[in-house]
Design a protein around this ligand. Sequence first.
Ligand code: NAP
Length: 337
Amino acid sequence: MEVFTCCTLLVLGCLLYAVVQLVRLVKADADLTLLWAERFGSSPESKLRGAVVWVTGASSGIGEELCYQLAKLGASLILSSRRKDELLRVKRKCLEISSLEEKDLLVVPLDLIDIGAHKAATDMVIKYFGRIDILVNNGGRSQRSLFVDTGLDVYQGLMNLNYIGTVSITKHVLPHMIERKRGKIITLSSITGLIGVPLSTGYAASKHALQGFFNSLRVEMGAYPDIEIINICPGPVKSKVVENACTEQYETSVETVTDQTHKMATDRCVRLILVSAANNLKEAWIADQPYLILYYLWQYAPTWGWWITQKGGQKRIQNFKSGIDADSTLVFSKKTS
Ligand SMILES: NC(=O)c1ccc[n+]([C@@H]2O[C@H](COP(=O)([O-])OP(=O)(O)OC[C@H]3O[C@@H](n4cnc5c(N)ncnc54)[C@H](OP(=O)(O)O)[C@@H]3O)[C@@H](O)[C@H]2O)c1
């Protein structure tokens, strides 16, 4: 009888645990490990204050917001992207909203595709600050076009920018981190780095490449436990990513950008990136539902993942063809901030 009671309690306990996890998942906007770290782990305030952080793609969207939140944390910043005037605008705002001084912010205009310029840029940063604690590989470009309509230049261009450009900067910064035996390399991958997404074949390929590269590099860095390789995989987030996405040709961007309010707020995504950094999470999934469930299905139940992707994917293509945002009718509710 006692054994029977124990077994019943155990089963009930397991069921309760499963229900609690399911409820957490339905309400989640990031993977459960990251949300656990947000609640019980180290805070960005305790771990990132005073760090020297190099952010690529700092002139817009996620990179811009990263600069603001890092500035408020008291991190010294190197701001890089192609548009110097936009970087100066971001720098001015960082000075306005934080206690940072002019000397704490360095603007380094940089084209990720121009790999010949990356060594000089890295040397300049190290000379100025004496160290780089964190590299955030954020600069990049997306895609909105079907493979059958798209030129090969798009595939080459996206690989050169999102993959080779990121590998090149990492190649120059990593030896410095190895010398110091410490550092973090945070890379903006994407949900498309993990799962297949129609209209983004070239973009998804470049993000899958980043996943493969950094997952392998992390293992190579095993002898350096204080060098952290952190892959961030966001779903749709408010930014200029659709406006800047290439279409059938690399040089052509999306013509009309429709309503983006259904996407995750940029500040929420960035806060979760900083929590991931503070807690050295190897991979972070950041997305509202129904996207978040897709990551779990692809990871743990790929047959279902494929089935749902096929359904949602067709809807995405229909949305795109009818001129609205590809993801606009895939979401449960609109985000207000
Ligand atoms: N927003 C999303 O839904 C989403 C989801 C998953 C992943 N991501 C990833 O998050 C990262 C940031 O994107 P975002 O959403 O913030 O988009 P965004 O607003 O378009 O920002 C892209 C940034 O990349 C820079 N950039 C573009 N081409 C560059 C080049 N050749 N060299 C150097 N910098 C370049 C841009 O600056 P310049 O034009 O001044 O060069 C800009 O600062 C990207 O890697 C993107 O793939 C975004």
